[in-house]
Write a protein that binds this ligand. Structure first.
Ligand SMILES: [Ca+2]
Length: 291
């Protein structure tokens, strides 16, 4: 009887041990499976991500997209910064000088190309033969976009003549404006400064000025073409324009007196010698056409 009870007890112990072993084994097995599943999921996620990043996304980003983006940027810059819609070209400042053949542009009716004097350069000069516009700037307007690479203050000159009569105070002026420059003013050697009417700044010049425009005249009764740009009647001030940072700025000319004739335009940095700059201006600014 004792040995039977002992056998039964041993059998129960053995069964309990076996069950415990089984449970333990299952638990470990389950954990392992879960763990393996987790790893598989992670591995799957990683493998899902990596191919996207390495094969699809990254190549798009690094090669195609960026190239397209770079193209767009370059194209946008050309369109929006360098080429005003109205013109499609820009003149490049170089070494502190902008030198332009005045006739190298598109002109509205009233401006006539002439080539009857020896010292006009390029294709000749443009002469205003429309109605005089003595008090109303903006008629017969011509726009010269200029890309300034060297910020600073520049002096403005044009090479002009009067082509009718023998009185140098007639037919001797046109209108000039820099609508988006940081400053635009007349200045004399004694330091006197004038600003165009409509600029919000004072003092203003003697005589005509309106809406940010200066009347720019030449003086003298010899009607040879001459480098001179003055404003303020009987109190000639030289002309200056300030570009505080590089960029494309508009130089606008519009008609005032009939038979005023312009051959060339010149901007040079104010600390440069005037005669040296005129000589250097024989190298004309590049006219960059933009698509
Ligand atoms: Ca010319």
């Amino acid at each position: 009887m004792k040995s039977l009870l002992l056998s039964k007890s041993l059998l129960i112990s053995f069964l309990q041990f076996f069950i415990s072993l089984c449970l333990l084994f299952n638990a470990v097995s389950c954990e392992k499976e879960e763990s393996i599943l987790d790893l598989d999921e992670v591995a799957q996620e990683e493998t899902d991500d990596e191919p996207d990043m390495e094969s699809n996304d990254e190549p798009d980003t690094e090669s195609n997209d960026e190239d397209e983006s770079a193209d767009d940027t370059a194209s946008d810059e050309e369109q929006t910064n360098d080429c005003p819609d109205a013109t499609g070209f820009v003149f490049e400042e170089n070494n502190g000088i902008v030198s332009i053949e005045f006739e190298n542009n598109n002109f509205p009716d009233g401006w006539v190309l002439k080539n009857d004097v020896a010292d006009a350069s390029g294709e000749g000069y443009m002469q205003w033969e429309g109605n005089a516009s003595l008090g109303n700037p903006g008629n017969g307007m011509v726009v010269f976009p200029v890309r300034i690479n060297t910020a600073g203050t520049y002096q403005f000159l044009w090479y002009s003549s009067y082509r009718k009569g023998d009185n140098g105070t007639e037919h001797n002026d046109s209108w000039l404006r820099f609508p988006d420059a940081d400053d635009f003013f007349g200045r004399k050697g004694n330091g006197s400064v004038v600003y165009p009417k409509g600029s919000g700044k004072e003092p203003n010049p003697n005589g005509s000025s309106s809406d940010g425009w200066f009347k720019i005249y030449r003086s003298g009764n010899n009607n040879a073409f001459k480098w001179q740009a003055s404003t303020s009647d009987n109190d000639g001030h030289d002309i200056f324009v300030t570009f505080s940072s590089p960029g494309v700025f508009l130089l606008e000319v519009s008609a005032r007196s009939d038979f005023h004739a312009i051959d060339r335009l010149l901007l040079f940095q104010e600390d440069m010698n005037k005669n040296d700059s005129i000589e250097a201006a024989d190298v004309f600014s590049q006219k960059v056409t933009c698509d």
